[in-house]
Design a protein around this ligand. Structure first.
Ligand code: ADP
Length: 268
């Protein structure tokens, strides 16, 4: 891949460049290199599933995209926006918190644990971001939140508190809450791995619909049927590198690398 400078990438996805571009991203924790030069382009509307053994760096990579972690080297752009700023010497620095908050508004993130506000109803949870962060009027935010709760099949639960909802329902509220900010990109970090098996399907089906509606998504998951059926591309990571990447039917069903084969055989 040719080196892309900040200025050549700055036009954003309208010019046909990827919505997400990661170039040679590195990240270490206390000298332990967790990401060893990750390259990834994600086009608008594309669904990419990240697979790999525990500890391979998948969550860290998602957190870097969202600037929950600072990268040590490389660059990440989302919709043409560099995550960080470059000084005149070409060194990358963390942006001002306000600027990071503005960039994060473009990115929805759904975590393994649902992280809903426990003292707020489902409806209030979904309204919170638009009202508090975007300054949208309560009536408008309520209308939009109800539509989103309907989209995730929970309009009739809008007045329930998180503790009154199942894990699957809470995760669907968390998805609606992320969507309420009208993100350009959704990041999912093992969104079903904390759920009882019988609740996994309802969350995956909401994610499947979101994908069909054209949302750009990066999903860390061990759900092979989801990856096979929904992903445009599957990335297999191990020990901080991308080992292989391609359409799900290639990577999952005809893996080229021994490490991918070993990982997949352990899942069955
Ligand atoms: P995965 O999502 O593939 O399971 P992670 O990105 O969670 O992998 O973790 C990759 C490695 O980075 C692991 O060895 C983990 O212990 C380490 N790690 C992740 N976050 C931190 C942190 N905040 N401090 C120290 N080490 C971390």
């Amino acid at each position: 891949m040719t080196e892309t400078t900040d200025s050549t990438y700055a036009q954003g996805s309208a010019s046909g460049v990827p919505l997400v571009r990661a170039l040679n991203v590195t990240k270490a924790f206390h000298g332990n290199e967790v990401l060893k030069g990750i390259d990834l382009d994600v086009s608008e509307g594309e669904v990419v599933c990240l697979l790999g053994p525990s500890g391979s760096g998948k969550t860290t990579f998602l957190r870097c995209i969202n600037q929950l972690e600072n990268i040590d080297g490389g660059r990440i752009w989302v919709d043409g926006d560099l995550m960080g700023y470059e000084d005149k010497g070409g060194r990358l620095h963390r942006l001002h918190d306000k600027r990071i908050a503005a960039q994060r508004r473009e990115i929805g993130m759904v975590f393994q644990r649902f992280n809903l506000f426990p003292h707020m109803t489902a409806l209030e949870n979904v309204m919170e971001g638009p009202v508090q962060v975007k300054g949208i009027g309560k009536a408008e935010a309520k209308g939009a939140a109800l539509e989103l709760l309907e989209r995730v099949g929970l309009k009739d639960r809008c007045d329930h508190y998180p503790a009154q909802l199942s894990g699957g329902q809470q995760q669907r509220v968390a998805i609606a809450r992320a969507l309420a900010m009208k993100p350009k990109l959704m990041l999912f970090d093992e969104p079903t791995s904390a759920l009882d098996p019988e609740l996994v399907g309802e969350v995956l089906s909401v994610m499947r619909e979101l994908a069909q509606d054209g949302m750009t998504m990066i999903v860390v998951t061990h759900e092979m049927s989801f990856a096979r059926g929904v992903a445009d591309r599957v990335i297999f990571m191990d020990a901080g590198v991308v080992v292989e990447s391609g359409p799900p039917l290639e990577v999952i069903d005809r893996p080229q690398h021994e490490r991918t084969r070993a990982f997949l055989s352990r899942l069955h």
